[in-house]
Every structure is written in structure tokens, then in C-alpha cells.
Design a protein around this ligand. Structure first.
Ligand code: ATP
Ligand code: MG
Length: 415
């Protein structure tokens, strides 16, 4: 992509209403643009990041036999009346034709349970799991902190269905592992901890995945040894590490990026969802639900991975792998070399953002490269050519090096 053609540009100044690092840097970097409070447009750079996070999540859900579906965001209020959750504060209500009562779903138990009920009748149909990646709507009391707490936000929600509790327990552990793999792959593995939270009426615990960062909204109580934590809802009843019994837990700030839950029979009872077992007897279905917030995760990555110059994207979710800065492009020879490097990268399927502007200073181009935060910066200029090639620098390192023009590709592919 040529920067000169890119829709959505960086801006020199931070938005005046940005209340968080992620809102500031993502807006200034041309990734997102606020529509209304808690609702954002994703510009091309931002959508590339969101898509990458979603695709990692999708791959890991597919590996554990999750089948992707897409449910409607807007449905009748009926399911919500059935479960008694239609009075929830965050639920957006609307009126359809003929005065029908509709809702914008903040989560999908009320939709998925009756949907799966249409296809699952026998023990032979179980276990099964479906998931979707979709926008949710919640009328949050205070939308804030950029992508961290939106009124419209992106969620992956997986729902699993089982013949009995033991099978739900088995699958729950499988999903937990898949979540750890996701956080590892998106570059948050080292700072994301399993956090014990209250389990509701049926189960002793649910689990949150909390990413440690100074600006996090939540306070969790961390066992540094086990890297597990307890959230503030249950710290009064559980004062020691659930894994090792350690009572020296440390209060730290974090952001909830995922939440997994044994629903047990809460929703299957509400919808009278039974299956027939091997003896032909009706048994209640056991359910699990597993939420992950791709948009909040995108904001959290920025909160955790930045410096005073801008974002430092982990390689797996960066909008582009290479930020190619062309300087002195008014010189025909340099322009030709820069275009050739750009083409070589494209030919090797290396994602590249080429700053091909001819009306911008070198300083402004470097500032933009740091703000946008792609992992590798390449500079081709009069000086780099005099020094023998193209200048290579990692976003998260100070030192740069000159790579010869005939071999720079190997180095980039190896990185
Ligand atoms: P919170 O306690 O932060 O309000 P929640 O527990 O209500 O979140 P869940 O219903 O568990 O959220 O949703 C699953 C995931 O969706 C969360 O772990 C989070 O990553 C994401 N998420 C929830 N609410 C929001 C929101 N308002 N904006 C962005 N992401 C959200
Ligand atoms: Mg939660």
C-alpha cells in the first residue's frame, strides 16, 4: 500500500477528547475514528489489525471443533422475555414494523439456545460447539477508554452443548488452553493471566483472562508464582491463590480481554432444551459460553505495547510487516530504487506500507512510522545508498543497520 493513497492519515495532534492511550494513538495513527461515544469507525489500518486478531481467534476456535456461524445482531425481544433478562440495563430496545419489540443483542445465549435446539435432539448430536465473530451492542453507563469499553464492540462468542457436566468440564479445559494459545499468538501471552471470578448460581468459578497494564480498569489480585489471579468480586471469599495457597497476592491493574463461563443448565432450563439419552430418556443439556473481545484486545495491545513515539505492534497483528520510508525521492535514481524495493517486497508477499510522499520531511516520515508502529522500518535514501544499501530498523530497537540491496529480502524473511 502506498501511504499517499491510504484512506485515513496520521495527525500531528492528539484528539482533544481522547481519555486513554489507545484512543489517542489509534486515532492519531489513522486506525480508528470516533463516530459517537463508544462507537468507532475502523479505517483501513485499524481494520487490518482487527481482522488479524479475529483470524487468530478463528483458527484457534476451528482447531477445537468450534463451527463458525453468524447470528443476527437484531432479534425479537422474545428470548429475553423467556429468560427474564429483558430488563437488563445494557439492552438496547427498538420498535419494528407493527410495533414489534426488538433488541440489539449484547450477548447471544437467548438466540443460540433456541437455534441449536432446532437441530439437537439426541445424545448422538452432542457434544457440539458453535461460535461467531460479530458486533455486540451494550448501552454501557459510561462508554470510555477508546476501544476498551464501547457501546458497539466486537466479540467472539463460542457456545458449547453437552450431555453432562463432566463433558462440559472436559471441554472447558480445552477452551482454556485455546485461549492461552490465542494470547500467546497475539503477543500478550506473557502479561495475560487466568483470573478466578464468581461462577454464578451453578459453578464455583468462572474465569477471566486479564491483561496486566497500568491503565487497566480492573484491579486483580495476582499470585506472581503461578501467574493466576483473583478478581475483586471474589477476593473477600477467596483470599489465597487457588493453585498454590499463597496468601501474598499483589493488587495489580489489568483489562479483561476474555471471559469463560460454565452456564450449566441456566439457559437450557429456560428454553426447555432436552435431549434423549441412550435409554431414550429426556435429559437437560449442559452449556458453556466463552467470550473474547477482539476490539477491546486491540485497544489493550496498544495500552500494553507503546512508547512515547507511538504504537509497537506485535508482528502477528501489525497492519503491515514493513514500513518502507522513501527519502530524497526527487532524485530519479533513488526513486527507481525505492520503487524496486517496494515491488520486491510485494512480489514476496511481504506486507508493506510505502511512504512514497514527496512533499513531507524526513522527520515527519519517521514520526509517522513510529506512530503507526509496524515492526520493521526500512529507509531508502541518498545516505543509505551511499552507505551501501537500505537502512533496517526494528520498531522496538534503537539500533539500525545497512542491508545490501541484493540481500535485504532474506533478512526480512528471516525476521
Ligand atoms: P466487563 O466486566 O468489562 O463489563 P463483561 O464481563 O460484561 O465485561 P462479557 O460479557 O464477559 O463482558 O464479554 C466477553 C468479552 O467481550 C469481554 O471479556 C471483553 O473482552 C469484551 N467486552 C465486554 N464488554 C465490552 C465493551 N463494552 N466494549 C468492548 N469489549 C467488551
Ligand atoms: Mg466478563
Amino acid at each position: 500500500m502506498r501511504y499517499s493513497q491510504l484512506f485515513g492519515k496520521t495527525s500531528k495532534t492528539a484528539p482533544t477528547d481522547a481519555d486513554s492511550v489507545n484512543a489517542k494513538l489509534l486515532t492519531q495513527g489513522g486506525f480508528i475514528q470516533k463516530e459517537i461515544s463508544g462507537v468507532y469507525n475502523y479505517l483501513p489500518l485499524g481494520l487490518r489489525v482487527l481482522n488479524k486478531i479475529q483470524n487468530i481467534v478463528r483458527e484457534e476456535m476451528n482447531k477445537i471443533e468450534g463451527q463458525e456461524i453468524l447470528m443476527p445482531a437484531m432479534t425479537s425481544e422474545e428470548g429475553w422475555v423467556t429468560t427474564g433478562r429483558n430488563a437488563m440495563d445494557v439492552l438496547f430496545h427498538l420498535k419494528g414494523q407493527g410495533d414489534t419489540n426488538l433488541v440489539l443483542n449484547p450477548t447471544h445465549e437467548e438466540v443460540v439456545t433456541p437455534l441449536v435446539q432446532k437441530y439437537v435432539f439426541s445424545y448422538r448430536d452432542l457434544p457440539m460447539a458453535v461460535y461467531q465473530i460479530q458486533n455486540k451492542f451494550r448501552n454501557e453507563a459510561r462508554a470510555k477508554s477508546g476501544l476498551l469499553r464501547g457501546r458497539e464492540f466486537n466479540m467472539k462468542d463460542l457456545y458449547s452443548f453437552h450431555t453432562d457436566e463432566a463433558d462440559l468440564d472436559r471441554y472447558y479445559e480445552i477452551v482454556k488452553k485455546a485461549y492461552f494459545e490465542i494470547y500467546k499468538r497475539i503477543g500478550l501471552g506473557d502479561i495475560t493471566v487466568l483470573t478466578f471470578a464468581s461462577g454464578g448460581a451453578f459453578s464455583p468459578f468462572s474465569h477471566e483472562f486479564q491483561t496486566l497494564n497500568e491503565n487497566g480498569e480492573d484491579t486483580i489480585h495476582l499470585c506472581k508464582k503461578c501467574k493466576v489471579a483473583i478478581n475483586k468480586e471474589i477476593i473477600d471469599t477467596q483470599k489465597t491463590c487457588p493453585e498454590c495457597g499463597n496468601d501474598k497476592l499483589e493488587a495489580v491493574k489489568a483489562t479483561e480481554v476474555g471471559n469463560i463461563f460454565k452456564l450449566r443448565t441456566k439457559f437450557s432450563e429456560a428454553f426447555k432444551f432436552y435431549y434423549s439419552d441412550q435409554n431414550g430418556q429426556d435429559k437437560i443439556v449442559e452449556m458453556g459460553c466463552f467470550g473474547f473481545g477482539p476490539s477491546r484486545t486491540m485497544g489493550t495491545i496498544v495500552e500494553a505495547c507503546h512508547d512515547d513515539k507511538g504504537i509497537i505492534w506485535p508482528k502477528s497483528v501489525a497492519p503491515y510487516q514493513v514500513h518502507l520510508v522513501g527519502l530524497d525521492l526527487f532524485e530519479e535514481n533513488i526513486k527507481t530504487q525505492a520503487e524496486k524495493i517496494y515491488q520486491d517486497l510485494l512480489d514476496k508477499n511481504i506486507e508493506v506500507l510505502f511512504d512514497d510522499r514527496s512533499d513531507v520531511t524526513a522527520g515527519a516520515k519517521f514520526a509517522d512510522a513510529d506512530l503507526i508502529g509496524n515492526p520493521i522500518r526500512l529507509v531508502i535514501s541518498k545516505r543509505s545508498l551511499e552507505n551501501g544499501g537500505v537502512e533496517f530498523k526494528n520498531r522496538n530497537k534503537e539500533k539500525s543497520e545497512i542491508l545490501p540491496l541484493d540481500s535485504f529480502l532474506n533478512k526480512i524473511i528471516a525476521k
